[in-house]
Design a protein around this ligand. Structure first.
Ligand code: M6R
Length: 598
């Protein structure tokens, strides 16, 4: 939700362009509008009399946008996912104070902004937007009358209620000050060129450096030409930066010849799933030990991650372990049952999803052990966890989750095998799965999916059914279609059909049937037959043919792991349906990559 990016001491003296390029990498965080503020270089000081920040804002996606902002080496920028105030140029960030010398970018929600706004209006401040963010600029403006700028920003930030991250540019001192409480912030240090970066996420500046410090809650940074200083917002005391070298490569954050990040990330699963099986062995075995000792196991997540949690419940059940799973947003009423013998396994790509973090905090309060199955590094979830299973699928830029999901799924599968004392066997099976995926990615197989997508483009509804492990797979399959193509796709447990859903099936209604060669194969085929009897067009996604299928997308027979292939078919189909229906596969409407608000 919203992307923050800033550069100080830009070596090209074209900081606006550097920020624009960085914002393009963060657009997955929000694409309602974007904007940049810069302190122009002295040679261009005729702009705004040279005494104010120069600002540019636009609604809509950044796309191929160019900027005409003047030269300068310190700038901030923002890409917005609207919360308070509609999508308009005025509501786009950065937001200025009355003097035009301070500008603020913000990710989060200031819950108490209205009280401040009333007070500030009484004091004569002029507001130009409907956002909660703008009060921050005016509050700092008030405070610098009696405090140094750094202090003014810190005390302002400490008075805000809610999960927030802000960046403030000060014209006079040419400083950028950023504070974090609940929304992600990371700084990057390019030592060679002595230029410094601030971002919501690393891909924004990966081109320049992989040396980063992830800010913790209640941390602030003051960035000047001399470097980055870190502060504790509670005590005001300076702290030491803990710089780490990320092993991310620039290519990870580029499209690498693919038309969209989504397609690239779907294809990358051939490698990412196998890679996941080579890491975390120690942590997985430690966790398996706790589960065998009788810890109550709860799996939580949101959206795609919640379907991963549900699949994890089936994997564990197959090994004789009972667990519970919840959409994290529904966990609170049950968090009171958590205790020190409870394991809460929180699954998240970003590690910043507000609903997941709230659930984790509630469980932690009751002394539950927290396990993070997370992809993005340095996240809040990772820092809250007692055990971290970092799935290392690499940066996932497309808003829709694909490779993070399969890496998380593989991790949970390995956990279930470790519980059975068969970790090595699990690892071998996952590696084998990775190789078998080639079968789905052949030109022939992709062309078949494109033809299928063409035949579905004008449909209004698609139904997807699955049973047991193929039930969470069906949920994820349908979500991919919904998110990427805006077609209404709904998944059901096959067993649920005859209890009501079947009434929706008419002649030619597309019905996907996800199946594996498992002990419920017969039952899912009976459900397929029921759909067929009502005139449905039955499209099997399975490693076998059947008379009940009108057509079939053959997936490799991988036992319990067949669901990986079945879901990937849904990812690809969603992608091609999205293209065919004119959607932007990387940035579906109304969505943001990490949902950092409740
Ligand atoms: O970052 P997280 O995994 O915690 O995100 C959870 C969901 O918001 C996310 O999976 C969402 O459902 C995506 N749009 C899925 O493609």
């Amino acid at each position: 939700m919203c992307g923050i990016f800033a550069v100080v001491n830009d070596k090209t003296n074209n900081a606006a362009q550097t920020v624009l390029t960085g914002l393009k990498k963060l657009e997955y965080r929000g694409y309602d509008s974007w904007g940049i503020a810069i302190k122009s270089a002295p040679s261009t000081s005729e702009v705004d009399g040279g005494q104010k920040l120069v600002i540019e804002k636009h609604i809509g996606k950044i796309g191929d946008a160019k900027t005409n902002l003047p030269a300068g080496n310190t700038a901030i920028g923002h890409t917005r996912w609207a919360t308070h105030g509609g999508v308009s140029d005025a509501n786009a960030h950065p937001h200025l104070d009355c003097t035009g010398k301070l500008a603020v970018i913000h990710n989060g929600i200031v819950e108490n902004y209205l009280e401040f706004k009333e007070e500030l209006i009484k004091k004569g401040h002029q507001f130009s937007s409907e956002t909660d963010t703008e009060i921050i600029a005016h509050l700092v403006e008030e405070k610098i009358k009696s405090q140094p700028i750094t202090q003014a920003v810190f005390t302002t930030f400490n008075s805000l209620i809610g999960s927030n991250a802000i960046g403030v540019i000060d014209f006079d001192s040419e400083t950028i000050i950023a504070c974090r409480n609940g929304s992600p912030l990371v700084v990057g240090v390019d030592e060679k060129n002595q230029q410094y970066f601030l971002g919501s996420d690393v891909p924004a500046f990966l081109k320049y450096t992989n040396k980063v410090h992830f800010l913790d809650d209640s941390e602030a940074v003051v960035i000047t030409k001399k470097g980055i200083r870190l502060f504790d917002l509670k005590t005001g005391k300076e702290k030491k930066l803990s710089i780490q070298n990320l092993d991310w490569k620039l290519e990870d954050a580029e499209k690498g010849g693919y038309p969209h990040f989504l397609l690239k990330e779907i294809m990358e699963q051939k490698e990412t799933i196998g890679k996941t099986a080579s890491i975390n062995e120690k942590e997985i075995k430690e966790l398996a030990k706790l589960i065998k000792e009788g810890y109550k196991t709860i799996l939580i997540g949101c959206g795609t991650a919640s379907y991963c949690a549900l699949a994890g419940k089936y994997f564990l059940a197959n090994e004789g372990i009972i667990s519970q799973n919840y959409g994290a947003y529904e966990y609170l009423p049950f968090s009171k049952f958590a205790d020190k013998k409870t394991l809460v396994i929180a699954i998240s790509q970003s590690g910043e999803t507000a609903d997941t973090l709230i659930a984790v905090r509630a469980a932690k309060k009751n002394r539950a052990k927290i396990v993070a199955v997370v992809n993005a590094r340095g996240s809040t979830l990772e820092r809250m966890a007692d055990i971290v299973l970092a799935v290392s699928a690499g940066p996932e830029i497309a808003v829709v989750s694909t490779k993070a999901f399969t890496a998380q799924l593989a991790t949970l599968y390995l956990l279930s095998k470790a519980v059975e004392n068969k970790y090595d066997e699990g690892k071998k099976l996952i590696k084998n799965l990775s190789e078998s995926l080639d079968q789905i990615f052949t030109v022939q197989s992709i062309n078949r999916l494109i033809d299928l997508a063409k035949s579905l483009i004008d449909k209004e509804h698609i139904f997807v059914i699955g049973k047991h492990l193929n039930f969470p797979a069906a949920m994820e399959f349908a979500l991919k279609i919904k998110e990427t193509s805006y077609l209404h796709a709904e998944a059901f447990a096959a067993g649920e059909l005859k209890h009501g859903v079947i009434t929706l099936i008419q002649k030619e209604t597309p019905c996907f049937v996800l199946a594996s060669k498992d002990d419920v194969k017969g039952e899912i085929l009976s459900s397929a037959a029921e759909l067929k009897a009502r005139g449905g067009r039955i499209i099997g996604v399975a490693p076998f043919e059947s008379a009940e299928f009108d057509e079939v997308i053959k997936t490799p027979d991988l036992g319990n792991l067949t669901i990986f292939a079945n879901v990937i078919v849904g990812q690809l189909l969603g992608y091609y349906l999205g293209i065919g229906r004119g959607a932007d596969p990387d940035k579906p409407r109304n969505l943001a990559k990490s949902v950092t608000v409740k």
